[in-house]
Design a protein around this ligand. Structure first.
Ligand code: OGA
Ligand code: ZN
Length: 371
């Protein structure tokens, strides 16, 4: 049984070690939520700054509170302790990254079967967790139709539409608006950093790869950044705090965004790595920072070129590669379209939607407000 005490100055309840401010308890009273939608319906301004409590006690695994205005609140103790202030609520989608380098090898890339993903929620969940941990996986056994990849994508969520369409065909085209649609080599890059929110997961389903050349290259941007943080922490800081402009424009659109090469989240953890030589726009840092930034940036480019990070593999028809486009860099060797056909069918699903699918599967389809 947890001890329950009202704090000496009367503005919090202490349950065991955890301290719950009274305003928080009243704001999160189960009655503050709509019984069906579980959305908060309480207007915070209907409460006083410090609601007055007349009684607090633990009974039957719950905390029971009586307020001065006559309202009563009942909290399950395990729910309360899971939400104790100062700690993050449990998130089933918080899969820690497993960083990798060239020595992972093509054989080490997580591999999952298309039919299992389509038929079994357990297989879907296992695939999503591993894809999130490594930022990279291959789905094998894909039927030879462009819809097959999309069916797998829709097992997760809806697709992310961009100016290149809901799906896009990576083939050598007569009037390309993008280097991907030529037979040129593509150096390592992340797609669409010129967008306000670059797409999360990228899917490239291989329908044909019969031309000479056209091998795929991947590198884990989180691994390179992890090494940079240890070997050159000042460079890491510069890349994390200097916004860089990116721009894509063609006949239809002119999309621009600024973002640091390494984007940290609110906890200072690395959240996103951006790398796109082709659509990096004109640098616009102040003149007195420009030369120093170039030096740091060039050292970063040298690091990304290090074979220690590069994983090469050759996609075969029937395989679909899936990677976190805001972490894992991808590229390809040039190919000779005269020697055979090469066709990848591509689309994106955002990170938030993959996370949502993991959470919904973990809660087993049950209803109710969660962590
Ligand atoms: C792309 C791309 C890689 C390839 O379409 O964004 O990088 O292997 N394609 O063609
Ligand atoms: Zn690309």
């Amino acid at each position: 049984m947890q001890t329950v005490e009202i704090s000496a100055n009367g503005d919090a309840v202490q349950v065991g070690e955890a301290i719950f401010p009274l305003i928080w308890l009243r704001h999160n009273c189960p009655s503050a939520f709509h019984p069906q939608t579980q959305e908060r319906v309480l207007d915070l301004l209907d409460l006083p700054d410090v609601p007055e409590l007349t009684h607090a006690a633990a009974a039957g695994g719950a905390l029971e509170l009586t307020w001065a205005d006559g309202h009563g609140s009942r909290f399950q103790l395990d729910w309360l302790l899971a939400h104790a202030p100062g700690q993050r609520g449990l998130d089933p989608a918080a899969v820690p990254p497993v960083t990798w380098r060239a020595d992972l090898g093509a054989a080490g890339v997580p591999r999952h079967q298309a039919d299992a993903i389509l038929e079994s929620d357990d297989a879907l969940l296992a695939w999503l967790r591993e894809t999130k941990a490594y930022g990279l996986s291959i789905v094998d056994g894909m039927p030879q139709s462009a819809e097959a990849g999309v069916l797998i994508g829709r097992r997760i969520s809806f697709l992310r539409e961009t100016n290149f369409g809901t799906t896009f065909e990576v083939v050598s085209k007569p009037d390309p608006n993008n280097l991907a649609y030529t037979s040129e080599a593509l150096p390592l890059h992340t797609d669409l950093p010129n967008q306000e929110l670059p797409p999360g997961y990228q899917f490239l389903q291989c329908l044909a790869n019969d031309a000479e050349g056209g091998g795929s290259i991947f590198a884990d941007g989180f691994a390179a950044a992890e090494d940079l943080a240890v070997e050159a922490p000042e460079d890491y800081d510069v890349l994390a705090r200097t916004p860089v402009p990116f721009r894509f424009h063609d006949r239809e659109v002119d999309l621009r965004a600024r973002r640091p090469i390494l984007r940290l989240d609110h906890d200072g953890q690395l959240a996103e790595v951006t790398h796109s030589p082709h659509i990096t726009d004109i640098f616009d840092m102040p003149a007195d920072e420009m030369a120093a930034f170039y030096k740091v940036f060039r050292r970063w480019l040298v690091r990304l070129n290090d074979p220690a990070y590069k994983l090469t593999l050759r996609l075969a028809a029937g395989e679909m590669v899936v990677f976190d486009n805001r972490r894992v860099l991808h590229g390809r060797a040039r190919f000779d379209p005269g020697t055979g056909f090469r066709h990848l069918h591509g689309f994106y699903v955002d990170r938030q939607d993959l996370d949502s699918r993991i959470r919904v599967m973990v809660r087993g389809g049950g209803e109710g407000r969660e962590g």
